[in-house]
Design a protein around this ligand. Structure first.
Ligand SMILES: NC(=O)c1ccc[n+]([C@@H]2O[C@H](COP(=O)([O-])OP(=O)(O)OC[C@H]3O[C@@H](n4cnc5c(N)ncnc54)[C@H](O)[C@@H]3O)[C@@H](O)[C@H]2O)c1
Length: 338
């Protein structure tokens, strides 16, 4: 095989990021088909990406023999069904986070992937971001000593699509936005979660509570990892001012900061002391290079028959901690993870 032929299932916001990378920026990859239940999105994305073969039924698309791999970028509640179907057909899989709605669904995906010997990569693109990689390298080099406290802030600019409002379909903001924070803490510290305690509030979206009684737009989660590291994840969506992903890692021998509120090094401070700079407006901008790098990594893994770096186990662990944090919000109690 000299190139990987993809089908993109889900041509919405994140689907287009991957679609554009495959069609215009990645060697040895080809976007052969698109699938989306929304005919308007299918047409618009197909026209932009220049992909002629378009399907409203992903099964019809995946049954083609000339497709090697699928990128699943649909709402979370559809992930398990589509991923298991793709695995049974022997297709390699890029699966967007959150991996699925429940740990059981994640286990079903992992079992199907193993049984059919296909590759699975989860969409935790922060692991491919240069600043996150540098932070991880500094931690594992040992020069900073043990990680004592890790704080991860994840804020989205605007509300995500309406299917995310219903926690039964999405697991809410902690899954949709802060899955990344939970995954990167576990990855940076190389330890699993032991206990979480979460508080949530709904400040800016009171109107959504009419139809979605458990909706929240802000949350703070206190975590303890099995190696003793303490941490917090705080999430806000919509933040309004932009996309904000910052991590501070307090170690025995110093502190590491990853991420910057400002898009560039530019800042103007006027005579009255007011400052002007520009924040990242979107996750697409902040992690542009990382989205590309993660897909290049997957293409290499398929062509070289190697294991992708971000696994189904990683996806399952992130779902597990999100489910526990939501349970903590509901019960008001700290939740231990097994
Ligand atoms: N890694 C990241 O930074 C990142 C960023 C945004 C979204 N995401 C993830 O990507 C996924 C999609 O999110 P989005 O914001 O792009 O959503 P979206 O609503 O913009 O797009 C989802 C698309 O999937 C289509 N769809 C729904 N059910 C389908 C089905 N059964 N078969 C085929 N198509 C179907 C919809 O019509 C829509 O076009 C989610 O898992 C989300 O968490 C990841």
């Amino acid at each position: 095989m000299d190139r990987v032929r993809f089908c993109l299932v889900g041509t919405g916001r994140a689907g287009m990021v991957h679609g554009i990378n495959i069609t215009s920026r990645i060697k040895n990859a080809e976007l052969v088909a698109l699938a989306d239940i929304n005919k308007v999105s299918l047409k618009e994305s197909g026209d932009i990406l220049g992909v002629i073969d378009r399907y409203t039924d992903y099964k019809e698309a995946l049954n083609r023999n000339d497709i090697d791999a699928v990128i699943i970028v649909t709402p979370t509640f559809t992930h398990a069904e589509i991923a298991c179907y793709a695995a049974q057909l022997g297709k390699h899989i890029v699966l967007e986070k959150p991996m699925a709605i429940s740990v059981d669904e994640c286990a079903a995906i992992n079992a199907a992937v193993k049984k059919n010997d296909v590759k699975l990569q989860l969409g935790f693109m922060r692991r491919f971001d240069p600043a996150f990689i540098q932070g991880k390298e500094k931690i594992i080099s040992g020069e900073m000593g043990r990680v004592m406290i890790i704080r991860s802030t994840g804020r989205g600019p605007g509300l995500p699509p309406p299917w995310t409002y219903d926690l039964s379909q999405s697991n809410g903001m902690l899954a949709e936005v802060n899955s990344h924070d939970f995954d990167s803490i576990r990855w940076l510290v190389e330890s699993d979660y032991e206990e979480v305690y979460a508080q949530a509030a709904n400040f800016k979206c009171q109107n959504l509570r009419k139809n979605y009684s458990d909706f929240y737009d802000n949350a703070v989660v206190v975590v303890r990892l099995k190696n003793g590291t303490l941490g917090t994840v705080d999430g806000t969506c919509p933040a309004g001012y932009g996309y904000d992903a910052r991590v501070e890692i307090l170690c025995e021998n110093g502190v590491i900061q990853i991420g910057n509120l400002k898009e560039s090094g530019f800042m103007q401070v006027k005579g009255d002391g007011t400052a002007l700079g520009s924040a990242f407006r979107s996750w697409r901008d902040r992690f542009e290079k990382a989205y590309l790098a993660e897909m290049e990594h997957f293409v290499r893994a398929v062509l070289n028959d190697s294991q992708p770096a971000v696994t189904g186990e990683d996806g399952m662990k992130a779902v597990e901690v999100v489910v526990a944090a939501n349970k903590s919000i509901r019960t008001g109690q700290p939740i231990k993870l097994v």
